[in-house]
Design a protein around this ligand. Structure first.
Ligand code: NAI
Ligand code: 15L
Length: 266
């Protein structure tokens, strides 16, 4: 078990799910977010910090031995916001990790690095990136940073391209991209349990019948997702009208993100 796991983005949806990892992945958690966390368990450390603030990031990494990096802009937003949180923030985090001697990081990447593949295509982790916006590009950058820190400094990162992690799939596309919350948690368990990790690309997707992404290259990780979106197929068919076959939601793996304009601050 790790001594102290830093969880960035700990006030967000996956961050809150991850509070359950105290005593499971690490003896102690340190939860951090730009949004104050007021309802954490009493014994859990919390730090309010903007990832773009270098000195603050350095301080919050001190004393940790592993990082679950979930923090940052998680949807398509104006570039200046993405620049601060996802590019400068990522730089600050990896530099702090290197200086602190952190050995292993779980990086929450996204399916939006491959958003412009057709839903008829099946991808391994080696497929060239086809990001569907500035958010997807920021995740491509994050993956490149992780690869560089592995080769140059030996920091191991699980590059996890999360599909759609929600309690249940919300539409037809998510029947392919869904990652069940408990499968997400069991993936975090495996990433921090295996003796050697390296820097693999892992598709964060449940055992869905019609998934697009192939994890056979990382079978050695021993992660076996248990849920299958098929259990929701009838409910989606009955409640969500199917998109027209030529609509982005039916065509591109990135779905609605491919329709997002380049957003500007007003
Ligand atoms: P979320 O948006 O609920 O949580 C992100 C957290 O990061 C928020 O609490 C926010 O306050 C914090 N944050 C934003 N800017 C920050 C900054 N400058 N400094 C410090 N903290 C900052 O997102 P969610 O759904 O929990 O996702 C977690 C991670 O997983 C994100 O990196 C997201 O891109 C990635 N991901 C999530 C997917 C999903 O289906 N939930 C799918 C693919 C990727
Ligand atoms: C993501 O990267 C987002 O963070 C999440 O909110 C979902 O929209 C997800 O992708 C998705 O593609 O469904």
């Amino acid at each position: 078990m790790r001594k102290r796991l830093l969880i960035t983005g700990a006030a967000g949806a996956l961050g809150r799910l991850s509070w359950a990892l105290e005593g499971r992945v690490a003896a102690q958690l340190r939860l951090t977010d730009i949004t104050p966390i007021k309802d954490a368990p009493r014994q859990t450390e919390t730090v309010v910090c903007d990832l773009a603030y270098e000195a603050g990031v350095s301080a919050m990494v001190t004393g940790c031995d592993a990082i679950l990096h979930l923090g940052g802009v998680s949807t398509e937003q104006p570039f200046p916001d993405i620049l601060q949180a996802n590019l400068i923030g990522l730089h600050n985090l990896y530099e702090a990790a290197r200086i602190e001697g952190i050995s292993r990081i779980f990086l929450a990447s996204s399916n939006h690095v491959v958003g412009y593949y057709e839903q008829t295509e099946h991808l391994s982790g080696n497929a060239p990136h086809k990001p569907d916006g500035w958010y997807g590009i920021s995740k491509s950058y994050a993956e490149a940073v992780a690869v560089m820190y592995w080769h140059k400094f030996g920091i191991e990162t699980a590059i996890v391209r999360i599909g759609s992690c929600f309690p249940e799939p919300k539409d037809h596309r998510m029947l392919a991209s869904w990652l069940a919350p408990e499968d997400y948690l069991s993936l975090v368990d495996r990433v921090f349990a295996v003796p050697r990790l390296g820097c693999p690309v892992i598709w964060g997707v449940s055992d869905n019948d019609n998934r697009w992404w192939d994890n056979s290259a990382v079978e050695w990780l021993g992660w076996r997702p248990k849920r299958n979106s098929a259990e929701f197929a009838d409910k989606i068919a009955a409640t969500v009208p199917p998109p027209a076959p030529d609509h982005a939601m039916a065509r591109w793996q990135g779905g609605a993100f491919t329709l997002e304009p380049v957003k500007k601050h007003k």
